[in-house]
Design a binder for this molecule. Structure first.
Ligand code: GDP
Ligand code: MG
Length: 163
């Protein structure tokens, strides 16, 4: 069985951009409109000789009970249940938000490993990128740039190391 990597994070942090890079497709729609990916999205990838399955999720709106936002949260929760490893993405450009903290609280209850990934960090020093995200208490944050490809291979190797 291929390990399943699930990408989680609030809208617009770069999940679909990372999905595309991890699967080398243009499958997931990347957009500036928050919340565009409404369904779970599956793709295959490989790092070295190690294959994996990757799941892109829609937004995460645990406070909205009805309508489309509720559906997106449900999809995300289902994806979390199927995960062997979770990549929780945040955005260095917006910094640590209240919604990031809500998601972090939920992810801390997961039985599988959760890696905190700080995206949009191209051209920035790692210590500067990760500093404010330590408060999410999900271990050492990893800095990447999904759109530039920086840190992505290292990230996947680390994520799959003990799986
Ligand atoms: P999602 O809603 O989490 O799936 O986010 P998307 O992948 O759709 O990306 C949202 C926006 O962030 C798009 O405009 C992307 O081009 C942009 N983006 C994604 N990754 C990066 C990155 O590493 N650096 C920068 N500067 N922008 C990024
Ligand atoms: Mg998306």
């Amino acid at each position: 069985m291929k390990p399943t990597i699930v990408l989680v994070g609030r809208p617009n942090v770069g999940k679909s951009t990372l999905f595309n890079r991890l699967t080398k497709t243009r499958d997931a729609i990347v957009a500036d409109i928050p919340g565009l990916t409404r369904d779970r999205h599956y793709g295959h990838g490989k790092v070295g000789s190690k294959p994996y399955l990757v799941v892109d999720t829609g937004g995460f709106e645990p406070v909205v009970k009805d309508g489309i936002m509720h559906e997106m949260a449900k999809q995300t929760l289902q994806a979390i249940d199927e995960a062997d490893v979770i990549l929780f993405m945040v955005d260095v450009r917006t910094g640590c938000t209240a919604q990031d903290k809500i998601i972090a609280d939920r992810l801390r209850r997961c039985s599988c490993p959760v890696h905190l990934v700080v995206n949009k960090a191209e051209g920035m020093r790692r210590e500067v990128v990760t500093a404010e995200f330590h408060e999410l208490a999900l271990g050492e944050p990893m800095a990447i740039s999904a759109s530039h490809g920086e840190g992505v291979t290292d990230l996947v190797e680390i994520a799959l190391e003990h799986i």
